[in-house]
Design a protein around this ligand. Structure first.
Ligand code: ADP
Ligand code: MG
Length: 280
């Protein structure tokens, strides 16, 4: 279905190439180890280094269990886990954030970073209306209440392509399709105008046509707001279609990173070569 279309929804090719040092996010030497059930620890992420440039979509690919989610969640403290996170440095917009605890990262999680997961419906609270859930984020992180919060939710819903947003504020999650629920999650992730969006398999649970719509939305958000996106997926077709650069993970290591065109046409690592050959 996707094919290896290397041009179609890329960032303007005539845009100036980013020079070193302008990355919105730079990770150096990230290692994550989890305690083993018996004894000792296992390093599920080993010495990963990557950069995310402003306004780019970086695809993070690799087979299931290769460490994509743990890498993304650990570098930004997006979810608490029992692992030990070490890094030489992690800079977000030039500010060093490595070594900060999960709690210390809370304001960053709430402000500069947005995150969406595979199962949007499971991420929403079934007991509250979507309007209330997004409002709660606005109240907690921006101190917005009442009419101002309502206006902002409507604005966010409009940005993510929810039709007739006013009429949907009072709806509960179960009244949304999977794709619409993912739009609600994206709206929530955008609530505090983040610089970086981490999307962890955001379309994996969706039908192909709905997948395309969500990918279109991510590209549009990048184009309109300069959002920088880490798009985690096991689907190389998606990367070929929307990503500017791609990072390939294998068994906890980042084996390759480069422009999609380079990596797909001249893979440097045998694992990447194998991955590409497995695409029908
Ligand atoms: P991917 O997202 O690429 O499918 P993950 O990053 O989720 O892979 O997982 C990488 C490895 O870390 C896997 O072997 C997984 O079992 C392990 N892992 C993930 N989360 C935990 C956890 N909370 N405790 C222990 N091991 C974990
Ligand atoms: Mg994962």
């Amino acid at each position: 279905k996707f094919g290896l279309n290397l041009v179609h929804r890329k960032k303007d090719a005539s845009a100036p190439a980013e020079s070193a040092g302008t990355a919105v996010l730079e990770v150096r030497g990230l290692t994550v180890s989890f305690p083993q059930p018996g004894s000792g620890t296992v390093e599920v992420v080993q010495d990963v280094s990557l950069t995310l440039d402003p306004g780019e979509i970086l695809g993070l690919v690799g087979e299931s269990g290769s460490g994509k989610s743990v890498t993304a969640m650990s570098m930004l403290g997006l979810v608490a886990h029992p692992g030990r996170v070490e890094a030489q440095s992690i800079t977000l917009d030039g500010r060093e954030i490595s070594g900060l605890s999960f709690d210390e990262l809370r304001p960053i999680r709430g402000g500069e970073i947005g995150v969406v997961f595979q199962d949007a419906l499971a991420s929403l609270n079934p007991a509250y209306t979507v309007g209330d859930q997004v409002s709660e984020v606005l109240r907690e992180h921006l101190g917005l209440d009442g009419a101002a919060a309502r206006r902002k939710v409507i604005d966010l819903f409009t940005r993510v392509g929810i039709a007739d947003p006013e009429s949907r504020l009072g709806d509960y999650p179960h009244q949304f399709s999977g794709g619409m629920a993912q739009r609600v999650m994206i709206a929530m992730a955008l609530a505090c105008d983040p610089k970086v969006l981490v999307a962890d398999e955001p379309t994996t649970a969706l039908d192909v046509t709905v997948q395309e719509q969500i990918l279109d939305l991510l590209v549009e958000l990048r184009d309109s707001y300069g959002l920088s996106i880490v798009l985690i997926t096991h689907d190389l077709g998606i990367v070929a279609e929307v990503a500017d650069r791609v990072a390939v993970m294998y068994a906890g290591q980042l084996v390759e990173i480069g422009s999609v065109d380079d990596v797909f046409t001249r893979p440097a690592h045998p694992y990447t070569e194998g991955l590409l050959q497995s695409i029908p």
